[in-house]
Ligand binder design. Structure first.
Ligand SMILES: [Cu+2]
Length: 285
């Protein structure tokens, strides 16, 4: 028995070491704004909402681990101490007030400790603060159209960049687009989403946003990017055969760079019609 316990102990220690190594390596792989090879955790956070999501996720992980280990402990105790050989004459106890009160109260307290941060997070996500910039994202089969209503109302289509030219493409495969969204850093960005044909979903993991883009409906969410850089996301609602080929790319820049980009974009995308995917496809024929 002692020998068995020692072996189990060594195995558990081994598993714990593997776990720690995996956690450490996961952090090493992480790259802001995009997935990394062998990544098995959440993407590195780039917004206050994602910070909250990560801390809530961490808290739940603690709770579920403690509960699982506790139940495992109980099961092992029962199997070792109360099997027919070790305990031939079973106790005839049917009630124990203290234990009954405990197994009612403790789960309630655990649920409350989950509910409070959960609701706090929901309100943070759904209560949209006063925004500095609004962007409208329209999901189409199979690309996104973005509108900047605050800045001259220009509109442009955003298509997958790295498909046929994959070998030459230095940007992340299946994530980079030809015309990305550009937003200023540390500003509240309100995102309105809608669908032009079927239901799509606008999701950028590093910002902790994922919101359906539904035809005939205007959904809204928000994010505040805290660091400049490029952040990638994908359509996250099965929307047809090219669902996997309509990524989202957000470039976060300084206020100055944003002002410069806006001026250039106004000219570049002056005529929404000329810039639409449909007209470009027509011109190519
Ligand atoms: Cu889609």
């Amino acid at each position: 028995m002692k020998l068995l316990k020692g072996q189990i102990g060594r195995h558990l220690l081994g598993l714990a070491i593997i776990g720690v190594v995996l956690v450490a390596s996961g952090t090493a792989f992480a790259e802001l704004g995009q997935p990394a090879p062998w990544e098995w955790k959440l993407q590195q956070s780039g917004s206050p909402v994602m910070d909250q999501i990560e801390s809530f996720h961490g808290w739940l992980l603690v709770i579920i681990t403690v509960i699982t280990l506790f139940v495992l402990g109980l099961l092992i105790t029962v199997m070792v101490k109360f099997n027919a050989r070790a305990n031939p004459v079973p106790s005839r106890t049917t009630h124990n007030t203290l234990i009954e009160v405990l197994w009612t109260l403790v789960p309630v307290l655990i649920l409350v400790s989950i509910a409070i941060p959960s609701f706090r997070l929901l309100f943070l996500q759904l209560d949209i603060p006063k925004s500095d910039l609004t962007i409208k994202a329209t999901g189409k089969q199979w690309y996104w159209t973005y509108t900047y209503p605050d800045n001259g109302k220009f509109e442009f289509d955003s298509l997958l960049a790295c498909d046929e030219t994959r070998q030459k493409c230095t940007q992340p495969r299946l994530l980079a687009v030809d015309n990305e969204i550009v937003v200023p850093v540390n500003k509240i960005i309100r995102v309105e989403t809608t669908g032009a044909d079927v239901i799509h979903s606008f999701a950028v993991p590093a910002f902790g946003i994922k919101i359906d883009a539904i035809p005939g409906r205007l959904n809204e969410t928000w994010f505040k990017a805290e660091k400049t850089g490029v952040y990638y996301g994908q359509c996250s609602e099965l929307c047809g055969k090219d669902h996997a080929y309509m990524p989202i790319e957000v470039r976060v820049v300084t206020d100055q760079e944003f002002a410069t980009w806006i001026e250039a974009a106004k000219k570049k995308y002056a005529s929404a019609k000329d810039n639409s995917y449909a007209s470009r496809a027509g011109a190519a024929e």
